[in-house]
Design a protein around this ligand. Sequence first.
Ligand SMILES: Nc1ncnc2c1ncn2[C@@H]1O[C@H](COP(=O)(O)OP(=O)(O)O)[C@@H](O)[C@H]1O
Ligand SMILES: [Mg+2]
Length: 363
Amino acid sequence: MKTEDTAHNEGPSAFAQAAELELRGVSKLYPGQREPAIKELSLTVPAGEVCVLVGPSGSGKTTAMRLINRLIPISGGDILLGGESVLEREPKALRREIGYVIQQIGLFPHQTVGENIATVPRLLGWEEKRIGERVDELLALIDLDPAEMRTRYPSQLSGGQRQRVGVARALAADPPLMLMDEPFGAIDPINRARLQDEFLRLQAQVKKTVVFVTHDIDEAIKMGDRIAILREGGVLAQYDTPQEILTRPADSFVAQFVGADRGLKRLALTTLAELKLIEPNGLRPDESADGARRVPRETSVRDALSTLLSAGGQPLTVIDGEGRVEGLVTLTLVEQLLSEEAANANANGNGNGNGNGNAADGG
Ligand SMILES: Nc1ncnc2c1ncn2[C@@H]1O[C@H](COP(=O)(O)OP(=O)(O)O)[C@@H](O)[C@H]1O
Ligand SMILES: [Mg+2]
């Protein structure tokens, strides 16, 4: 992939194509270390998908990111972006094609928000007019008012705003690949959830190939089309969709990492709209019209369960976008869903080798 092919030439928002990323037997041994930080890591991220790299501290997540954009030399294997080895690329040119977002975002403190976002387009020699348009377009995309925000300095922003500007800066030249290393790690939980939602909304528009690092399995489940779970020594434990990882963890390490509450976590992947709701007949849903008991159909079953529990187990009324009643959700319905999924997982073999689901106790 040549720079000219990806830095689009027409209009500020002609999104470049995302590119497939393939790691082929990638290893990294730091000088002076006995054990590799990454060991023969192979995985493919299809163009336009979000791959979340998750694992305990020291499992090599940051190392993998730095290998991809060639901040550090590789010890073995190959990395292909859009089918071409990154090892054959000039590192600086390669990095202009890869948006990189890190936790302590590293905005340039003496440059305005606008100048920060314009960094890579400037390096690429875009015309000033096009740069200005692109900056405003990106600010709008991350929900910041261009007129107000363009001329501010990073110190005049909240932590969450800084992080969003970091994302905008990484997106500026429309890279076919985005690397995000614990991008929301330093943000408080409420703003973090907002940034996650916003990123998912943004990604639905820009459809980049994204490698997103986190040590938080909940964040991984929420953000990933696929999740790669690394264990100590940079060994890949499982690479699968969130649903598969929660339903069929490959081994006891993965099962432990995703947590004993993986049934609950699975509920976060299903919305009420996907359930066969109970007919409201006779239960007079409109009488339970106080806000807490009416939930939009887009609510996850997990959130609905929390609401059900705090409502003392009373049924919730599920409504559509126009406020029309679609049906009711009850604790029994959630319970049924959980036991159906558990039965499916066992029927297909849950692979964690601990004998769950066998009639071993003999009653
Ligand atoms: N520059 C370095 N020199 C030597 N060892 C390093 C270096 N950077 C990271 N490591 C080691 O490599 C392993 C993986 O680190 P890292 O990729 O930062 O993990 P993670 O991001 O998953 O927490 C750790 O054991 C870490 O100590
Ligand atoms: Mg790290």
